[in-house]
Design a protein around this ligand. Sequence first.
Ligand code: NI
Length: 203
Amino acid sequence: MTARHCGAIVGAMLLAGAHPVPAQQPDPAAAARLMDELMWGREPVGSPFTLTDHTGRTRTDAEFRGKLLLVYFGYTSCPDVCPTDLQEIALTLDRLGPAGDAVQPLFISVDPDRDTPDVLARYVGLFHPRLIGLTGAAEKIREVALAYKAYYAGYRPPDGGDYVIDHTGFIYLMGCDGDYLGFFPPGTPADRMAAIIRAHLKE
Ligand code: NI
């Protein structure tokens, strides 16, 4: 999975200075456990949240009732997977046309130290005018991510440089009443997502 089309833009956003590495280090067992829970539906997925959007406004899950939500966890300096998937999410909205107004995409940052509202605002604007970026206190983000079975952990690459964050890239589809409907694996093309979402919009 590559995103050469966004590479230059994302590269330009890697200008950040030294940041502390987030406390949690990669933990393959935790990643596997969360994926297992998600894949087999062993645990409920999703949770209420109160976070800050890319304009600095407080947003809660409750205000999106009546819309389908596409929820994606990632971070703005992600080198490849995030830009690729966000690009597909944006294309999905375009494919849906006017019906896409009933779908709200959310990009929740797992890198809240670096992804301030301002940074998020510049980033989401690269993909789609309706994409909402969300950030917040690290503990709050961790709580929401765990509820979605989204794994992430920051580490400093062996060749030096600023830390990167290993993270799962599922795109969650939440129903109009906030219930979890399912997930799209990373790399799902826009046409496929649009076809599945269209079916839910008719329900
Ligand atoms: Ni990413």
